[in-house]
Structure formats: C-alpha cells, structure tokens
Design a protein around this ligand. Structure first.
Ligand code: GLU
Length: 465
C-alpha cells in the first residue's frame, strides 16, 4: 500500500505547539513509509479563517523541516467539487433536502431536552418507501442531509484507542450542505480524504466524534475508510487545554525566544510517542523509528522545563559554526556588531555549554563586543587590590610568551599562582574586572583565547601601570 497522510489544520486563530504535533506525526509516518504527506488548509469557516494563521502554520512547518509533497490545498478552492458530490448524492438517493426551519428544529430540540432525550433530527424529510413527505414550503431553501444508515453500528480499529463502536442510532442525518449550498465541515473532510487517497488519518482526539459520521458518508460513496489514529490531547503544565489565554506559545514565539527547531521537533516527537527510553534523538532517527504502535494512549502534558532542557542539549552539542549562524540575529537585536571584535564562532563556542537558549548565548556574547572598559581610579582601587599588581605583571609576561590556547593560558595562571602563593579567584577576579569591568565571565583561560592576546594585554596593561 502506498501510504498517504495529511495535516489538515483550520487556520482559525492561534496555532500553539500542540497543534503542530498533529503535523509532525503524519509527516513522520509518511516519511518512514516513503509515502506522501499532504498539507490541506481547512478554511471553509470564512469568519474565523485568516491568512495570518495560514502563514504561521506554513512558517512553523518549514522551520521544523516538515516538508509536504502536495499542497497547500485550500478547501475554499474545492467548493465546486463538494457541490458536485452533493448533487451526485442527491441523484443517487444518498442524501435529501430537508425543509425544516431553524425555528422548527429549535422547538424539536427543546422538546427532546425537556423529555431528557438526546437532541437529534428525527428524519421528518427523510424519504422512505411508502412514506409521505410533508408539502414542500414555498420560498425555503432546504439544507441537504445525508441518509445515515439506520440500525447497526460503525466500528473502527483506532490505531491509538483500539476498537471503537458507535451505534447508528446515536447519529442523526448530518447536514452536508447549508441552505445557500455551501458544504459543511465533516462532508468536506470526507471528500478530501477520498479524493486525496488518504490511507491514514492521524489527528487530535477532539475529532473522534466526527469519525463515525465520516466513515458512514465515505462508505455510502463507495470508499474504503482510512486507518484512523486519534492522538491524545496535549494539556498545558497546569493540566488545562492549551490556549493563548493561558499562556501557550506559538512556534513563532519559541523561535523568537531562541529555541532550535531540532529541539522543538524532538520535544514534540515525545509528546505522545516513545521509542524505548530514548529522549534525545535526531530527526532521522525519529523518522526511522516512528510507528503508530508506539503512540501513547493517555493525555500528555506540555512540560516547558523539559523543552528548555532539550534545547540546552541541542545547543551544547551543536557545531559552533552553525550555532553562530543561528545566534547572529539575536546578537544583532542586542546591538552587537558581530563583525567588530572577536571571532563570533569562537565566542559562541565558548558560551554554548552553559546556555539554554540562543538569546542566552547572545547575551553572554555582548561582553566581548563592548569597547574596552574605561575604568575610573575609584573602580580600579575597589576591584584591583594594589597587592595583586605584581602578580598581574607576571601574568602579562607569561601570557605574552605563551601559546594562544586555553591550556597554555591555564598553565600561565598556574605558574603565577604558585609563584605568588595565591588562589585562583584572587587573581582571576581582578583580571576579569580589568578586561570587562565585571567579574562575571566564562572560564578565564578560554576568555583570553577568545578575546585575543593582544586585546587582553592592552586592557591589563592599563591597570598595572
Ligand atoms: N481541521 C481540523 C482541525 O484543525 C482537523 C481535521 C482533521 O484532521 O480531520 O482541527
């Protein structure tokens, strides 16, 4: 079987991280099976759909490297096709016009509620052999309803939830087209999944209730229902449904906050799927390992700390040159001119082991691009004790003659410490202060390498005159 999956987002408002998991899994399943992945934009809700949301989806997918083979296919551009199928269904007796007005439907619903019955359409306009239909009212545009099977049940073997059986008595005759002829949501999904030859529908479990209706329509049209895999909901760290209101972030927000796409992808992969106890893995490994059998059944919780931890792992293990490219824009935002000063790749290499985000790297880098400090005599007096000056002088001498490596500078420090019988902080703190007017810097030997011997000696010389 040639596997075909799809991501079918509705571009209606805020797209949080959990939403993109619904793109990641079908993408991975298609890639694992050398199949096709289709991007379909379900934009028939004209009032709520926005281009901005489409852009966020496309941008987020591209950033994460979730490429698609077909699309984006916009449902609004397929309206003629849906109308065509509605007509075919009417002609084939699979659907029928229903003239019940909004007011009549409301009345029926109120009565059913009062009788503690489930609110459902009772088939007043459903044609049956030997049944007399009410007279067609004048000037009323009907809705079109699907003739749902009566009796029996819909059964499917959900790849996540196991076998699900829904009695047809629970399902009334679904409206597939509105009075103005526009097709309805569940109907479009079925036509698309059929036309696009989707073999596996992997989506959020908020759609479980739609599935029996979709299966019935598909079967009526002679189609074979795909495999369904309904993913458990992602809750936020407080156990609530993720939404903008309670602080969920979009992919774009994570990008702006200095996260790496590899970390986000790895994180999302584990949000409802596992491979043994693997926590950190590459995109290639994920594709290689992905299967529907290992999807989790229970709801999952978004864990920002874990995401930050993963981001740190990816930053720590990244190649400094690549990391520097990714960090540059954050550095520029902080006003750092990465061209004027030490080699930015070296600076990033120095900072990456302790950074959780690219912003943290950029902030740490700032130090190296500020002009040499212009220390006042008071600042010098306070931070560079007179007694340490001879040791500083020796250090300058040692630095000048040593190789420009971390190890050589460490040895230079060691030698001076031994000679003056002092401890590292006693020497390193004044050195830091002389170099940057702060005592907060990464390891001093590495700092010397990155800042450069010449610049370091120039700055130190100013305080030992
Ligand atoms: N458009 C639906 C949503 O964004 C998804 C529909 C589907 O995957 O079948 O929730």
């Amino acid at each position: 079987m040639h596997i075909r999956t799809r991501f079918a987002p509705s571009p209606t408002g805020f797209i949080h991280l959990g939403n993109l998991r619904s793109a990641l899994y079908p993408w991975a399943f298609a890639r694992h099976n050398k199949g096709d992945f289709i991007l379909r934009i379900e934009d028939t809700d004209l009032e709520r759909s926005t281009q901005e949301a489409v852009d966020v989806i496309i941008e987020g997918m591209s950033w994460l490297g979730l490429d698609w083979d077909e699309g984006p296919i916009y449902q609004m551009q397929r309206i003629d096709r849906y109308r065509e199928v509605v007509k075919q269904m009417l002609d084939a007796g699979l659907a029928y016009p229903c003239y019940m007005s909004e007011a009549e439907l409301n009345k029926l619903r109120d009565e059913q509620m009062a009788n503690k019955e489930k609110a459902r359409y009772k088939g007043l306009w459903r044609p049956e052999p030997g049944k007399a239909l009410p007279p067609v009212p004048e000037g009323v545009n009907p809705v079109i309803r699907f003739k749902n099977p009566i009796g029996g049940s819909v059964i499917w073997n959900d790849a996540v939830k196991g076998q699900i059986e829904i009695s047809n008595d629970e399902l009334d005759d679904l409206v597939i087209a509105r009075p103005d002829g526009t097709p309805t949501y569940n109907f479009c999904v079925v036509i698309d999944d059929m036309d696009m030859k989707i073999t596996h529908v992997i989506r959020g479990d908020d759609h479980v209730n739609n599935t029996p209706r979709q299966i019935n329509i598909m079967k009526a049209l002679g189609g074979t229902p795909p495999v369904y895999a309904h993913l458990p909901t992602v809750f936020n760290d407080a156990g609530e449904k993720m939404s903008k209101r309670n602080g969920a972030m979009s992919v774009r927000d994570y990008q702006k906050a200095g996260y790496l796409p590899e970390a986000i992808l790895n994180y999302l992969a584990r949000l409802g799927w596992s491979h043994g106890d693997a926590e950190v893995f590459t995109k290639e490994q994920f594709v290689d390992w992905f299967d529907l059998e290992s999807l989790g059944r229970s709801p999952v919780q978004h864990n920002p700390d874990k995401l930050l931890w993963l981001n740190h792992q990816y930053i720590q293990n990244a190649d400094p040159a690549n990391l520097a490219i990714a960090t540059k824009r954050f550095a520029h935002e902080l006003g750092i001119n990465t061209e004027a000063g030490p080699d930015f790749v070296q600076v990033v290499g120095l900072l990456k082991d302790r950074a959780n985000t690219l912003i943290e790297i950029a902030k740490g880098a700032k130090l190296f691009y500020l002009p040499a400090p212009n220390l006042s005599s008071d600042q010098i007096k306070e931070n560079i004790p007179k007694a340490i000056i001879p040791a500083l002088k020796d250090l300058v001498d040692a630095i000048v003659t040593s190789e420009s490596t971390k190890e050589a500078y460490a040895a230079a420090f060691k030698q001076v410490l031994a000679k003056h019988q002092i401890k590292m902080p006693t020497l390193a703190m004044p050195v830091r202060y002389a170099l940057f007017a702060t005592t907060q810097t990464p390891a001093i030997d590495s700092v010397l390498v990155v800042l450069g011997r010449e610049e370091a000696v120039k700055r130190l010389s100013k305080v030992i005159q």
